[in-house]
Design a protein around this ligand. Structure first.
Ligand code: NAD
Length: 657
């Protein structure tokens, strides 16, 4: 096989020995290339060599081996005469870059590949300063080059396939992950996506909608290493502002927030100046910002992710890049635990479209208009993990058990009480369906955790009153209790996987008891909780027995004896639910909690579940049986017939004593 263009590259010239240039030179030299650095004066070159030496020592590399491969010069002839690859890193000024490229074009051999590290200027315009635009390509490294693995490879309008492929190969040779950007668009890929994410964060703070610490806490919560304000401070508010201004000036529909402009104009660039969104001990001295973790659920990360996904949709629809390149860029370039489009599929494309519509309405700005690609995906039910297909394909199955929907989304089971017009009240088919769905989740070895939720606006309004009223004898009641309710409660308690309740509305009676039986629970701000059985002459068998495992006597007795309703935050402070979140975040946080449990050792999880069930058995199982017997009797009592009648007639019961 003949040598590829990349394999023919030995001699690399780096133009400009500044922040980026010295890092690029070091990286190529470490990978074994012969490197020449050219700059306008000797002093700058000496400083660059010192920096390289220091950096190599810090990284534990042999400084001499790499330094031996680096030469410096201020002479253009020496720099370019024998170069196979030139990487330009002079200041971001189109006239300067055009002049430098014209010089390179005059002096470099015909074979040379000419790359520019520009962040914001069109590759095509830079290439037009040469007579060989086919050899010119964008090679956008990230700062600090020695540490950042990502490099964007940008195709100018005339870049040849050979050159485009060669710089990919060379990037891999020097240990970088190339992200391919097939069109020369403002902001390329990473800045375009990052800016959508960051600018919305800044806007929320500027408009007093949210504070920066809460946003940063919420973004760390979903697994990103830093929140947007931390990142902006770290990488330079000035750099982001410049990139945003340049994209806007080149026709991208994007508003640069005043707050960002002000910080930049005031010289508050972040860590490097000591002040940005946060304050640092010394200019240039990084210290991790103290972010209040307890506020992590108070902001919906979809507000930042949706504009970024919208931008990604634009990039895909315009054939700028591919899904895998976008996700690689965010995972490797920004250290995200998952790619942007993987996040999108987890959250649901339909939900992201809704978020964009909210943002669009709030701002009146066209830039938030959901991209047609996203709308189309939503209308084709290609919404992500919850339909088995979104940007990617996911393992998915759906079965209906009576009035209960069972889904397996990757390694999570989602069980949805699905009688929305009856507020998911538990009638016999619902209990049976729930039992069957739980058994399916328990049996399926690929299921690692189970989420239980309700469809529509309720979680579960409780037992089906009309059904209770239809029982004609104690035998009817006993049959239902012994054959349906009791076994389902047992299946719930014995469920071998973590069971997470996603409470999206009212959780009354049996609904509240389901929450008490779950291992973890998330509730929407608008949800409420009650055990109102005594108001109809019945009693809450699960609440009074297994409920004791999560509640103290005073709490459980208040609930059971009064039947009064609790707000979500009261339920949280009592320990009925772990977290109360905005309505639009219930499913997301339930998913996050479920996912977190799947990161634990499966054997440990199974042992803990088993221990807990055993404890409940020893302490309470007999009492649960007793409670069921009493419930059967209660349903046939004079009090129950009065209580049920009063409930259905919407009047106060008249208890005979
Ligand atoms: P810098 O100012 O630190 O360094 C530029 C160097 O180029 C200076 O040493 C300067 O003396 C030298 N120079 C100027 N004219 C020259 C010429 N005619 N010939 C040779 N050398 C010359 O700039 P930087 O931050 O390293 O940025 C360089 C490029 O990299 C810019 O295009 C910038 O947009 C891009 N970039 C910067 C970053 C970053 O975070 N700093 C990140 C990605 C890309």
């Amino acid at each position: 096989m003949s040598e590829s263009l990349a394999e023919r590259v030995d001699a690399v010239t780096v133009v400009g020995a500044g922040t980026m240039g010295h890092g690029i030179a070091q990286t190529f030299a470490t990978a074994g290339y012969d490197v020449t650095i050219v700059d306008v004066d000797e002093e700058i070159l000496e400083t660059a060599l010192e920096k390289i030496e220091g950096s190599l020592a810090k990284l534990g590399e042999d400084p001499d081996a790499a330094l031996d491969r680096i030469e410096t010069t201020t002479s253009d002839e020496e720099a370019y005469g024998d170069a196979d690859l030139v990487v330009e890193a002079v200041p971001e000024d189109i006239d300067l870059k055009a002049e430098v490229f014209a010089t390179i074009d005059d002096l470099a051999p015909d074979r040379a590949i000419l790359a520019t590290n520009t962040s914001t200027l069109p590759i095509t315009e830079i290439a037009s300063a040469t007579d060989r635009p086919g050899n010119v390509v964008g090679m956008h490294f990230s700062n600090p080059v020695q540490l950042m693995e990502i490099v964007e490879i940008i195709r100018g309008e005339e870049t040849s396939d050979d050159v485009f492929e060669a710089v990919q190969e060379l990037s891999e040779e020097i240990g970088k992950a190339p992200v391919l950007v097939e069109k020369d668009i403002p902001g390329f890929l990473i800045n375009r996506i990052n800016l959508r994410f960051w600018l919305e964060a800044v806007r929320q703070v500027e408009q007093g909608i949210q504070n920066k610490e809460t946003i940063d806490a919420a973004i760390r919560r979903i697994g990103l290493p830093m929140g947007p304000f931390e990142v902006l401070d770290f990488s330079g508010i000035d750099v982001a502002t410049m990139a945003a201004r340049s994209m806007r000036d080149r026709g991208v529909d994007l508003h640069v927030p005043d707050l960002l402009e002000k910080k930049t104009d005031a010289g508050d660039y972040g860590m490097k100046t000591g002040d940005g969104f946060y304050t640092y001990p010394e200019p240039g001295e990084y210290s991790r910002v103290d972010i209040p973790r307890e506020r992590r659920h108070d902001f919906d990360p979809k507000h930042l992710l949706a504009p970024a996904v919208n931008e990604a949709a634009w990039l895909l629809a315009n054939d700028v890049t591919t899904k895998s390149e976008i996700d690689k860029a965010m995972k490797i370039g920004m250290n995200w635990p998952r790619g942007l489009l993987e996040f999108a599929d987890e959250l649901g494309i339909d939900r992201l479209v809704e978020t964009l519509e909210t943002l669009r309405e709030r701002s009146g700005w066209e830039e938030y208009e959901p991209h047609p690609l996203l709308r189309e995906m939503a209308s084709n039910d290609e919404v992500g993990q919850k339909s088995g297909i979104g940007f990617y394909e996911w393992e998915y199955e759906r079965t209906q058990f009576e009035t209960v929907q069972y889904e397996r989304r990757e390694d999570l089971a989602w069980i949805t009480l699905d009688r929305p017009d009856q507020l998911n009240a538990l009638d016999e088919p619902s209990w049976k369906g729930l039992n069957a769905a739980l058994e399916r989740a328990a049996r399926d070895e690929d299921v690692r955790a189970t989420v239980l939720t309700g469809s529509g606006r309720a979680f579960c309004a409780g037992d089906d009153i009309a059904e209770i009223q239809s029982w004609e004898s104690a035998d009817d009641a006993a049959e239902m209790v012994d054959e349906v309710l009791g076994p389902t409660a047992k299946t719930l308690r014995n469920h071998p996987k973590p069971l997470i309740a996603a409470v999206n509305g009212v959780a009354n009676g049996g609904g509240c008891e389901l929450v008490l039986l779950s291992d973890l629970a998330v509730a929407s701000e608008g949800s409420d909780f009650a055990l109102p059985e005594a108001k109809i002459g019945a009693l809450p068998p699960i609440g009074l027995t297994y409920g004791r495992m999560s509640l103290g006597k005073k709490d459980i007795m208040e609930l059971a004896l009064t039947g009064d309703q609790l707000t979500a935050s009261e339920a949280e402070s009592m320990g009925i639910v772990n977290y109360v979140v905005g309505d639009e975040q219930v499913a997301d946080v339930a998913h996050e909690l479920a996912r977190s449990t799947t990161a634990s050792a499966p054997g440990s999880v199974a042992e803990m579940k088993d221990l807990w069930t055993g404890m409940e058995d020893d302490l309470l199982d007999a009492w649960f049986g007793d409670a069921l017997d009493r419930l059967v009797e209660r349903t046939q009592s004079a009090e129950a017939s009065e209580g049920l009648a009063a409930f259905l007639e919407k009047r106060d019961p008249d208890w005979q004593r």
